[in-house]
Design a protein around this ligand. Sequence first.
Ligand code: SAM
Length: 259
Amino acid sequence: MEHRARKRFGQNFLSDPNIIRKIVDAISPRSGDLVVEIGPGLGALTAPLLERLPLLHVVEIDRDLIAHLHEQYDPARLVIHEGDALKFDFGTLGERLKVVGNLPYNISTPILFHLADFADKVREMTFMLQKEVVQRMVAEPGTDEYGRLSVMLQYRFNMARLFDVPPGAFRPAPKVMSSIVRMAPKPVEALDANDPELLGEIVTAAFGQRRKTLRNTLRAFLVESDFSALGIDPGLRGERLSLGDFVAIANHCSERRSK
Ligand code: SAM
């Protein structure tokens, strides 16, 4: 099919058969799996996934591509959800979901945060993203890449960068390198923030002005005595704090509020 790639939908279609095979092997679909692919596009991953699965869900926004998918695939095997993945209720599909896709890079951060809301329904997610975004997702404290995306996703998921994919594997070729990342939700017992929303507010504030110290960025949450009680130096910047530190700060604030 002739299709002019639409920039606004972040369209870079996979064309390298070896890379496609490697990605599908990483997804490792089994016949009993409940799988949803975000952005099937021209079907580069969809077709090999359907070779291994009796049924596959996809979420696609581009009407031309949706029409093509309807023509190409048996509706009894491919369930097409037409619309914006950012608004899609993944919870309606069922439990223990595997979410996969070569994600549109222009909406990668909002889509990751949207999916984090459904973590309790998800078994595993395998995505291709810009390499730089994956580096931020798995970054350790004290590095330039470490920030809000790292802390908030690491709170919910165990994540691993699996391998890189060069621009030449796509048509049209993007300007940047890509990476495959695997995300597995942490067990509920590991989610130890009393108030996850407050954790989000604190992390956002701590990284809002990266050059400023915690004394400034967390002024609305902590005074000097709180820093002492927590054993955290207020002269540090947010990038020095571990996930555990952020959770301790959030729990300290929520306990103080409820007293
Ligand atoms: N999976 C195909 C491949 O690997 O060749 C296409 C990947 S392309 C990078 C991203 C796909 O996501 C496109 O099909 C695009 O139309 C679709 N897309 C973009 N924004 C979307 C959104 N908000 N919701 C659902 N699909 C979207």
